[in-house]
Design a protein. Sequence first.
Length: 402
Amino acid sequence: MSDDLFRRPMLATGNAPSLLARTSGNDLILALGRIVTRIRVRSASRPTIVQASGRQRFRSERRSCTSFRSSRARSNSMVRVSRSGFTLVELLVVIAVIGVLVALLLPAVQMAREAARRTHCANNLKQIGIAFHNHHDTYGMFPSGGWGWFWTGDPDRPFGSDQPGSWCFSILPYIEQMSVYQMGADGNPNAITSQQLERSAAATQIPLGTFICPSRRSNALVPHPRGGEPGAGLMAFNANDVDRCARTDYAANAGSVRIFWGAGPDPASAFSGSGFADMSLANGICFQRSAVRMGDVLDGTSNTYMVGERHLFPASYASGNNFLSDDHPLFVGDDFDVHCWTDLPPKRDANDDLLWRFGGPHPNVFMVVLCDGSVRPVSYSIDPFTHLHLGGRKEGGLVGPY
C-alpha cells in the first residue's frame, strides 16, 4: 500500500496533510489502531454514562419535586395565614375611618340637596314673577288679590277687582295651566250654578308644583279643615266642599300696612259691587280687589317685594291643620294663605309664631321675587325697617343694603 493511497483520503477529510506526508505506512497503521481502540472504549463506556445520567436526572427530578412540594406547602401555609382574618384593633380603625368619612360627607350631601331645592324654589318664583309681568302686559295691572276666603276663582269673571279668586288663579294662563283655569266656567259671570260649584271644587284638587317649595313639602293634596278639624272641608260660595286641596307656599306682598277684611261679602252684595272694604290705605302689590299698575310702584320696582315665601308651621306641612294660615286652597281670595305683610320681620318656619309674616324653610334666608322680576334671597336678620319699606310701594323710605 503506497503513501499516496493513504495520503489522498486524509487530505479529503481535512486532517493535517503535512503530518501524514512525513509519516511512514507503519506509523499510520499504528495511529489508526489507536483511534479504533479509543472509539471502542468510548462506545463501551457510553451506556454507563447514560445510565449515570439517568440516575442523576431521576435524583434531580426527585429533589425538584420535593422542593416544589415543600414550596407549595409553604405557600399554602402562607395563604392560610393571610386568610386567617384581622385583629380587633384593625377592625376598630376601619370603623373609625368610616365614621369620620360619613361625618364629613353627610353634611356636604345635605347642603348640596338643600342648595338644589332652594334653586328649584327660586325658579318657581321666577316663573311667578314672569307671569305677573305678562298679566300686567295684557291687562295693564298686576293680578288682583280676590274678594276673600269664601270665594275661589271664576273664569267667567274679568280680571282685576272683579275677579273673586286669588292671584294664584289669575296667573294660571301664564304658567301653562289654562285648562285648570277654565275648569269652573259655566258662562254665567253673575250667577253661581251647580256646574260651577262642582268644577271649581275639582280645580282646587289639582296640585301645581309651581306653587310648592320642595324644601317644605311634596306637590300633593293636603287635608282641608273646617273649624280646625282636618278633613272636614270648608265651604266657599262658588265651590263645593272638598276634604283635600292644593296649597301654595308663596304669598303676594299685601304691603307694610296690614288691612285684612276677612271672608268677603255674600254673593248678592258682591255681584252688585257692594260689601267690600275700603282698601285705599293698602300699599302693597296684591290685596283685596287690588288693581296695582307698574307706575304705582313709586319706591322703585327693584325696592319692592312682589311675591315671596311665607312663614308656615312645619307641623302642618302635610296635615293641613294650621287653621289660620294654611287651611284653604290656593285659589281662594284675600286671606293669610295667599297674602303676607311686612309689619313683622321675616322668620324661618316654626310652630309657635304669627301667621302673616314672610319666611321659609331654608336656613338663613327666604326667597322673594321683586317687582322688577329679579329673584333674590333675603336674610331672616334683615333690618326690620328695611323689610318694612320693601313691603310698601309708595313709602318713600330709603332702602339700604339687604
